[in-house]
Design a protein around this ligand. Structure first.
Ligand SMILES: [Ca+2]
Length: 505
């Protein structure tokens, strides 16, 4: 499969494209060869990777949230390492999940948006779980997968998943599979999907696999829209809980001062988006959102409890994060997609006492392309050179201010009911520049002095040099990421306002 053959590529770009292709070849040859013997390797930890759905970085009690209580995620963080500046690189379900599994940007996976129903995740890109399997791991993925055409086709020792964005919270639908074969879709009745997912995960954990280590991915669907709660939490937050109103909530009524049209016209607004009636009020939305996260935390606790009872918790590296963040009323928004802080910041914590001292907290910027290399590193498996992130485990030993100075953000999906237009951007530890590519509009923030992104500095005379510098760095970052060209006939319907499919994106 070709990557990008149309542009006058730089040497760096050609090199990276080449390395990506080599990685694919490597995987194919490894998969056809003998599977590595687990006995020949030193004892490797089990891996559990909990992936949240739109969980904000501060939707954790350990992060200071005054409403939601998350004792189990707090425990993972408290007994391991917690990253206070973790981010996703494309705040949307399907692309973020493809990134988590591959360690590559959307630009390189080709899984650009939720709407690419027929675009496969290219088979020559290994998932980190493919590499773990070659190294002798049993691999399982359960819950909300939402990477169409790409994950069901891979080998899983156990699969119990669905590809819908939100599933049916009362009567969920799943496919189940074993040893590389996935069965037909089946509906289950009167059960909360994440409860059922964890029931299945616990059953799979209890199976005899001899000395083989396991890698278990439990990916939750709550609190995705329509934000249904489990029945046991119907009354949670019924009385006396005040949902704080963000200070930008009423910017909607003021015409979004300082923001470009592309931002102001986004339709993911609480109370006014007719296609999203489940977000009709901030209070209702926030309480349902947090109640869903309480159920997620309880289910994480069920797995931790099992590992503890079996006396394998300390032999298991536990990672918990989320695909992207979520607006809870900032600029009257819900949902995600945009490059603003509530949308791109995610939780990230890892517990593995053999390599991570308890109580470690780090401020370095880590991103979702780091997940796959980190999980491979935890397993002691060589990290392939084509991965675009890096293991965060060195930060468990010592802080490293040079770990990452800046990173690239991208968002492609268009058209969409949320009315969020394609954009890309650069975030450094202090600044953020966002470029809406269709109308060539920009936002620029000094996050040190303006963490809530209220004062758009773009175009202001005192920012001229800064914005030029950031624009140039943004282009360099983008050019260094190889592009997986999406076949023209598989690109979603052209929006009338677009100048061309993905033109300039
Ligand atoms: Ca999501």
């Amino acid at each position: 499969m070709t990557i990008d053959e149309k542009s006058g590529a730089t040497t760096r770009r050609e090199f990276m494209q080449g390395s990506l292709a080599v990685a694919g070849t490597l995987l194919a040859s490894q998969l056809s060869g003998p599977v590595a013997s687990a006995e020949a390797q030193p004892k490797r930890p089990n891996l559990v990777f909990f992936f949240g759905e739109g969980q904000r970085h501060n939707a954790l009690s350990i992060a200071g949230n005054s409403i939601v209580k998350t004792p189990n995620q707090d425990r993972i963080a408290r007994e391991g390492i917690r990253f206070q500046n973790a981010f996703c690189t494309n705040a949307l379900c399907a692309p973020a999940r493809a990134t988590a599994l591959t360690g590559l940007y959307s630009r390189s996976t080709g899984a650009l948006s939720n709407e690419h129903n027929h675009v496969p995740l290219p088979s020559d890109i290994p998932l980190f779980t493919d590499l773990l399997r070659e190294a002798g791991y049993e691999v399982a993925i359960l819950g909300k997968i939402h990477i169409r055409n790409g994950v069901e086709e891979r080998y899983w020792d156990y699969y119990f998943g669905h590809n819908s964005p939100g599933n049916d919270y009362a009567n969920p639908i799943f496919k189940e599979g074993r040893r590389g074969k996935i069965g037909e879709q089946k509906q289950y009745f009167n059960v909360y999907p994440d409860d059922l997912t964890v029931d299945r995960a616990l059953s799979w954990l209890a199976e005899d696999r001899g000395d083989k280590p396991f890698c278990l991915l439990v990916w939750f669907v709550a609190p995705h829209e329509p934000f249904f709660r489990p029945r046991r939490h119907l009354d949670l937050y019924a009385d006396g809980v005040i949902v704080p109103k963000p200070k930008t909530f009423d910017d909607d009524l003021k015409g979004y001062p300082g923001k470009p049209k592309s931002f102001g016209e986004a339709k993911n607004k609480i109370g006014t988006t007719s296609s999203h009636v489940a977000a009709s009020s901030l209070e209702g939305l926030a309480k349902n959102y947090y109640a869903g996260l309480v159920a997620v935390d309880e289910n994480i606790g069920r797995i931790l409890q099992y590992l503890e009872l079996k006396n394998i918790l300390d032999d298991t590296a536990v990672v918990t994060s989320s695909d992207h963040g979520f607006f809870l009323g900032e600029w009257r928004m819900f949902d995600k997609r945009l490059m603003h802080e509530p949308s791109i910041r995610v939780p990230l914590a890892i517990r593995y006492p053999k390599r991570i001292p308890s109580g470690t907290v780090r401020k370095e910027m880590v991103i979702d392309t780091d997940l796959a290399p980190t999980l491979l590193d935890l397993a002691g498996v060589t990290i392939p050179g084509h991965l675009q992130g890096k293991s965060v485990l060195p930060l468990a030993k010592a802080a490293d201010p040079s770990f990452r100075k800046e990173w690239y953000y991208e968002y492609y999906e268009w058209p969409n009911p949320e009315g969020v237009r394609p954009h890309r951007g650069i975030r450094t530890d202090r600044y953020k520049l966002i470029h809406y590519v269709e109308d060539n509009a920009f936002e620029l923030y000094d996050l040190a002095n303006d963490p809530e992104e209220t004062n758009n500095l773009f175009g202001q005379p005192q920012s001229a040099q800064l914005q030029q510098d950031l624009l140039s760095r943004l282009e360099k970052l983008r050019a260094a990421i190889p592009e997986r060209k999406v076949p023209e006939n598989l690109i979603p319907a052209k929006h009338p306002e677009r100048t061309g499919p993905f033109e300039g994106v």
